[in-house]
Design a protein around this ligand. Structure first.
Ligand SMILES: O=C(CO)[C@@H](O)[C@H](O)COP(=O)(O)O
Ligand SMILES: [Fe+2]
Length: 225
């Protein structure tokens, strides 16, 4: 079944523990944590201290999306704070193989993120080392932006690359503008894991919001069969 990962970027930061419990009760699968440095992206969010603070509030995996330059400097601190998954952007990694293995040596599952304008082919040399791939369907930096439909073709391409290499365990995650309409497009193209911020935390009933995204996602899965 498609995994749904609410992004806490759209949660009430003054009540993060309760917000996370709310989506956990609403049957979320992962908790997505957006880390921004004000350099790679034009926004600043949170660091390892907040990851450590939220860790005791949930049993769900914490999925840390690093939108930062020089990620190697901070990976051990995020791992120690309780991250289960860490993804780094292709666009900032000069030594991607080293960075991916630093994440794994820290006992954390490793992913690579591609911006909308970064091509699927850049993944080819590192594919077999990855636990997951994150395809951005917005330009990173903010929640609440519109889904970029041209990325759907890239989801199809990455899904084919993964399947043709027999690497079926690699998750394909999609992030940005995912809601109860766009989820279907993502899973029909091969996505297995959907991040959604405003479409979940922007709604009063988070369980209903997650269920609506899941329903759309499952329609996409069926149409892909
Ligand atoms: O990484 C990011 C934005 O850079 C995301 O995780 C957003 O937080 C998703 O928010 P919505 O587009 O779902 O509102
Ligand atoms: Fe994200």
């Amino acid at each position: 079944m498609t995994k749904i990962a609410p992004s806490i970027l759209s949660a009430d930061f003054a009540r993060l523990g309760e917000e996370i419990k709310d989506v956990e009760q609403g049957k979320a699968d992962w908790i997505h944590v957006d880390v921004m440095d004000g350099k790679f992206v034009p926004n600043i969010t949170i660091g390892p201290l907040i990851v450590k603070a939220i860790r005791p509030h949930t049993e769900l995996p914490l999925d840390v999306h690093l939108m930062i330059e020089e990620p190697d400097r901070y990976i051990p601190a995020f791992a120690e704070a309780g991250a289960d998954y860490i993804s780094v952007h292709m666009e900032v990694c000069r030594h991607l193989h080293r960075t991916i293995h630093l994440i794994k040596e820290s006992g954390v599952k490793a992913g690579v993120v591609l911006n909308p304008a970064t091509s699927a082919e850049t993944l080819e040399p590192i594919l077999a080392d990855l636990d997951y791939i994150l395809l951005m369907t917005v330009n990173p930096g903010f929640g609440g932006q519109a889904f970029i439909p041209s990325v759907v073709d890239k989801i199809v391409t990455v899904n084919r690359m993964v399947k043709s290499r027999g690497l079926n365990g690699i998750e394909i995650q999609v992030d940005g503008g995912v809601d109860s309409k766009t989820a279907e497009l993502c899973t029909a193209a091969g996505a297995t894991n959907l991040v959604a911020g405003s479409a979940i935390f922007g709604k009063e009933d988070r369980g209903a919001a997650i269920a609506a995204i899941r329903h759309s996602a499952e329609k996409g899965v069926k149409s892909a069969l």
